[in-house]
Write a protein that binds this ligand. Sequence first.
Ligand SMILES: *Cc1c(COP(=O)(O)O)cnc(C)c1O
Length: 355
Amino acid sequence: MSKIKTIAVENSSLDNVDFNNIPFGRVFSDHMFSAVYRNGEWQDLKICPTENINVHPAMMALHYGQSIFEGMKATVDQSGIPLLFRPEKHIERLNASARRMCMPEIPTDIFLEAIHRLVDFDKAWIPPQEGSALYIRPFVFATDEYIGVTASQNYRFLILTLPVGPYYSKPVSLMVERKYVRAVKGGVGEAKTCGNYAASLLPAKLAKEKGFDQVMWMDAHEFKYIQEVGTMNLFFVFKDRIVTPSTDGAILKGITRMSIIDYLKGEGHKVEEYPLTIDEVKEAYKKGELIEAFGSGTAAVIANISRIKDTDIDMQFDASHWKLSTEVKSFFNGVRIGKVPDKYGWIVPVNSQGN
Ligand SMILES: *Cc1c(COP(=O)(O)O)cnc(C)c1O
């Protein structure tokens, strides 16, 4: 028997949403999942209307940043069955983030049942168009009312869902970041934890003022090795092989990244992971051997790169004829709506029983 209680909204707000024109990140489905961690146990599991929560001004997450999250997507297949993309990888990563931030893990069965039941409950909110999805945002934060730097005793686990349209349709321009760093080995760069994103806002704003969409992060020791971008990992397609920076303790281990590597290898491409220098990318560009460059993440799947600017070079790309990134994107989007066979076993149909 499920321990999840269900409280339905009185009036759905779905009628107010135009699936062909959804502002990203601002439209929330009718219901959310909620659980609290108290006396060493996750309890009060419920699906309830998406509504304000009451917090004390001393809530520890606000002061000391013990707060982690995930981002995943649900889609529908041709017959309207909701599908999830590798949900077990997301709970593994959420729990890895929890361990790093000294927070309690979420039992896998609670996480999966919550996701299945919540998505099933609000399945009418999943936009059916290819490239669109129901974005799922699980997050956990410290709730003790206490001013003092220590791990909280109490936590809250919430899951919001948001219908979203295709993201980043335009190729992105990047500035190689030469002053600020995102993450350092031994730090929290591998955790999906709030502070990483707060720290990125100023560099991103400065880059925007110079006309770039995002910054490309370099390693924090030598500013020599490429890390990642915003909420995306990076791939470089050279003449004879595809390279993505190896995860080194400072790079977020993207589930899209991991899946793209499997797909490309499965298609017979040579894929390499190693500490990739910006110099190698520049050399390849100058020799005409850098064929494509793209970012990967749940939100965008693939975002092509139109420009990479460093102090000594301004690399420009015309992504309009890129074959590989187009092929990867259409495979992922096709698998997500059941149009392309799921030969890597990534897709999990939503089960209304939540198991
Ligand atoms: C979430 C995220 C990614 C991409 O991870 P996916 O699992 O592919 O969505 C990459 N970098 C950062 C910093 C992220 O937060």
